[in-house]
Design a protein around this ligand. Sequence first.
Ligand SMILES: Cc1cc2nc3c(=O)[nH]c(=O)nc-3n(C[C@H](O)[C@H](O)[C@H](O)COP(=O)(O)O)c2cc1C
Length: 233
Amino acid sequence: MKILGVVGSARKQSRSGVYRLVSTVLENTGMEYDLVHLAGKKISGCIACLGCVKDNICQVDDDLAALRDQIVAADAYVIGAPNYYSTLSVLTHAFLERWFQFRHQEGNTLWGKLAVAVGVGGTSGRFPADAIETFLGYNFVETVAKVTGQGAASCFSCGYGETCKVGIPLMVYGEGVKITDDMIPDVAQQPEVVQAAAEAGRLLGERLRRGHDRQSVTAAMQQKMMEMMAHSA
Ligand SMILES: Cc1cc2nc3c(=O)[nH]c(=O)nc-3n(C[C@H](O)[C@H](O)[C@H](O)COP(=O)(O)O)c2cc1C
C-alpha cells in the first residue's frame, strides 16, 4: 500500500508550513509514501472540454498529466494547501479540479480511498482543509482527519508589515506594532498542531492496515454526497 502526499504551497519546502504538516502526517502513517510538491508546476483548471468522459483520462497537456499515474496508484492521499483569500490556493484548486477526469461512468479509480486534509493559513487553515475534504468527496474519497495550523504570513517578513494598512501584523496587533521573531507563526512551534498531524497520520495508517474495504467506504461516501447535494439545492 502506498500513500501520495501533495504539498500545494508555492513556497520552498524549508519555508512552507503545509510541507511541514503534510510531512508529519506521512511520517506517522508507518506506510510507504511519495511526496509531490506542486510549486513551480504548470497546472491549469478544468477547461470543461469533456475529453475525459469516455475513458476518465484528462486531455489537457500540462504537468498534471505526469502525476495521473501516481494519483491512480495511491491507496490514500495526504493533501495540503495554504489559505489564500479564505479558500485553498489556486495551484491546489487546479490540481484537485482536474480530478474531474475520474468522475465519469463507472470511473471508480479513486472511489473508497482514504485521505487526510491539511490546511495552513496566516490566521487559519480551516478553509483550505474543508475545501480539500469537499473536493475529495466528489470522488467518494473519505477524509479521515483534517489538520490545520497557523503559518507565517509574508507580511511579517515583507519589510512593510509594521506600517502596511492591510497586512496581518497591523490588523492583528494594531497601530504601532513592532514585529519580533516570536510573533511570527510557525506550525512546528505549535505542539497541539504537530500532535494532531501525527495522530492523523497514525489513524490513516491504521485504517489502511485494518483491512481497508473500499466498497463500504464508497457506499458511505455516496450516501454522504447525495445528502449534501440534496441539501444544497
Ligand atoms: C496571495 C495570498 C493570500 C493569502 N490569503 C490569506 C487569507 O485569506 N487568510 C489567511 O489566513 N492567510 C492568508 N495568506 C497567508 C498564507 O496562508 C500563509 O502564509 C501560509 O503560511 C502559507 O502556507 P505555506 O507556508 O505552506 O506556503 C495568504 C498568502 C498569500 C500569498
